[in-house]
Every structure is written in structure tokens, then in C-alpha cells.
Design a protein. Structure first.
Length: 280
């Protein structure tokens, strides 16, 4: 007798995205993993988006509508009302290859020690493929200084409950990284499927781009919130900071040399021109 596969709840928060949400929902519907439910959370979207979501409602399992509260809150609301043992959050402008859930669920079922299943990601824009992003996965040590998994990964709902979900104070980005830190702090591993099964749309304006502009403030918040964890890994923390300072100093030197070269070229150009006239 075959054991019934765990239910995967695919939670898709949406805010003012009337176009790409269709592709995102379609990628969830098209998953080869059969035992799944699809939940879309309308986080206070505009009228155009609401019309699109209404047209999709018959193709999904649940449409939740709330006033705009931010990505973390929308994810938590969707997960809270989900029925699945496994959770996959999916941003409304991104998508997965059809086999991701099937492959990721198999990995998650293989060991309780595996807390997160992620994969390689194709980053693209309106011109086409940019590159293949390869998260490193690993243990909590790999998550201390950057997100070692993509934000759209598979994990257990019981672990989401254990760490009390996404931090709803984090409305400007990096909320998935901070969530993973809490998820991994008690031990376990983030497993990386070494295939580009995720499609990340890189837009000119996005929450991720805005987050990178204030990354120092967001990092400070994370370091402060998890100060005891960073104290426990003090030597790693210091090594990381020193390496970052060294890298930034080397980059400054390179930029200075480039600037000096350009200034030198600018000054020498008219002199060379005068010299060429004299030698004629």
C-alpha cells in the first residue's frame, strides 16, 4: 500500500501585480506533484490586480483578501490558513519548473535533518537570461552573513510554527533571510538541488533592489536581533567583517587608479594634440 504524499501548500502573496501573477499561478498549477493546494493572498492590491485575481479564483484553492500589510504578513496569513504539511512560498512575479515540488518533496521526506530545500535559479529580465544563481545551502554557519537559499524554498509547516513565522516588522526586505536564520539556528541543513528550477524575474524596480539600497540598516537589525547567535560564532563574524573591509579597500584602490588614469588621459590628450601639430 502506497503512503499518501504530504500535502504541499503553495502560498503566493500578491501586491499590484496584474500580469506576472498569472504566470506564477500557472507554474503552481503545473507542478507534477499531485497532492498540493494553491493559496493566493491579495495584500491590498489595486483594482486591476483584483480583477485578474478574480479571474484566477476558480483555478486555485483559496483566495485571501486583506488590506496592505506587507510581504511577511501576507505569507504568514496564507500559511496560517493552509492545510499542508509542507510549505512553498512563491512570489507573484516568479515561477518554478514543473518538477520542483516533486524533487524537493522527495528530498525533504528523506531526512528530518533537512529543514529547507532550495535550488539553482535562472535570473532574467526583459532581454533574457542574465545568469544562473547558485545558493550554497548548508548549516546555520552558511546563513549568518547572507541568504544561502533562495527566498522561495520548501520547508515544513511545523518549523514555521516553531519559529513563529516571518518577522512582520521587516517590511523592507531580507525577511526570508532572517526567517531562515531562525529556522536553521537549532540545527539542520538547507539542501540545494543543483538544477535551475526557479525563474527569478529581475525588474528595474523591486523590493529586493530597494532592500539592497538600505542593506546596512537591514543587516544591523538582523545582527542585533540575533546578537547571541553572532556572539556564539564570534570568530566567524570577525573574520567575515575583516574580509569585507579588505575587499572594499581593494575596490577603492582600483577605482582610485581608474580615476587617476582617466584624469591623466584627460590632461595629456590636449598636450599630445599640440605636439602632433608641432611635429607636422
Amino acid at each position: 500500500m502506497k503512503t499518501k504524499l504530504p500535502l504541499i501548500s503553495i502560498v503566493i502573496p500578491c501586491f499590484n501585480d496584474p500580469y506576472y501573477i498569472i504566470e506564477s499561478v500557472q507554474s503552481a498549477i503545473g507542478q507534477t506533484y499531485i497532492n498540493k493546494e494553491i493559496i493566493v493572498v491579495d495584500d491590498g492590491s489595486n483594482l486591476e490586480t483584483k480583477k485578474t485575481l478574480a479571474s484566477l479564483e476558480s483555478r486555485i484553492d483559496l483566495l485571501i483578501t486583506q488590506e496592505n500589510k506587507g510581504l511577511s504578513c501576507a505569507r504568514n496569513e496564507g500559511i496560517e490558513r493552509s492545510r499542508g504539511e509542507f510549505i512553498l512560498v512563491l512570489d507573484s512575479d516568479d515561477s518554478f519548473d514543473t518538477e520542483f515540488c516533486e524533487k524537493a518533496a522527495e528530498v525533504l521526506l528523506s531526512s528530518e535533518d533537512i529543514k529547507i530545500v532550495t535550488c539553482y535559479a535562472k535570473r532574467f529580465d526583459e532581454r533574457g537570461l542574465i545568469d544562473i544563481f547558485k545558493p550554497v545551502g548548508g548549516t546555520i554557519k552558511n546563513f549568518l552573513f547572507f541568504n544561502a537559499a533562495i527566498g522561495n524554498s520548501l520547508y515544513r509547516k511545523k518549523d514555521w510554527k516553531r519559529v513563529k513565522g516571518y518577522d512582520e516588522m521587516m517590511t523592507q526586505g531580507y525577511e526570508d533571510w532572517e526567517f531562515y536564520i531562525r529556522l536553521m539556528a537549532g540545527g539542520g541543513e538547507a539542501y540545494v538541488i543543483k538544477q535551475p528550477l526557479f525563474h527569478y524575474r529581475q525588474k528595474k524596480e523591486s523590493m529586493r533592489i530597494d532592500a539592497n539600497k538600505i542593506r546596512h540598516d537591514l543587516q544591523k537589525y538582523i545582527y542585533s536581533k540575533h546578537s547571541m547567535l553572532y556572539k556564539d560564532h564570534f570568530n566567524l563574524f570577525i573574520d567575515h567583517l575583516l574580509k569585507r573591509i579588505e575587499t572594499e579597500e581593494k575596490e577603492k584602490i582600483k577605482n582610485t587608479k581608474r580615476l587617476e588614469f582617466k584624469i591623466g588621459q584627460f590632461i595629456l590628450k590636449p598636450l599630445r594634440y599640440i605636439k602632433s601639430l608641432i611635429n607636422k
